[in-house]
Design a protein around this ligand. Sequence first.
Ligand SMILES: [Zn+2]
Length: 139
Amino acid sequence: MENMLFPHLAAVEIEQIDRQDGQIRVEARTRGDPVCCPSCGTATGKVHGYHRRRLADRPVDGLPVVIELRLRRLGCLNLECARQTFHEQVPGLAGRYGRRTPGATALVIACALALAGRAEPPSWLRSGCCSAASAYSAP
Ligand SMILES: [Zn+2]
């Protein structure tokens, strides 16, 4: 079921899915595989710490989806590397500093283009899907 609703989360491990406060909250974490240092390319799995990212995702059944993603801060094993630690990224899920998944971004863009210059949204945009998308317009 998770793979059908969230195929774009195949690169991470889904720990829990909750429906609360009118939204669906997905807790996920990376799988713990070694990651290459972005500066020198040395593979490392040395965990320096953890942090959480909160990403808005495409709505499911008209409800906004928020992904709480736990990521690692890793230490580079190359003693000559200028970068001692770095945050791991999940390619395809969100860009650096991004707050939306690519699917949520595409939905916001589609709604913005459909609403551009109109005083009132067209009827097809007044469905639950687009009302959920409006929740993503915040920073
Ligand atoms: Zn390095």
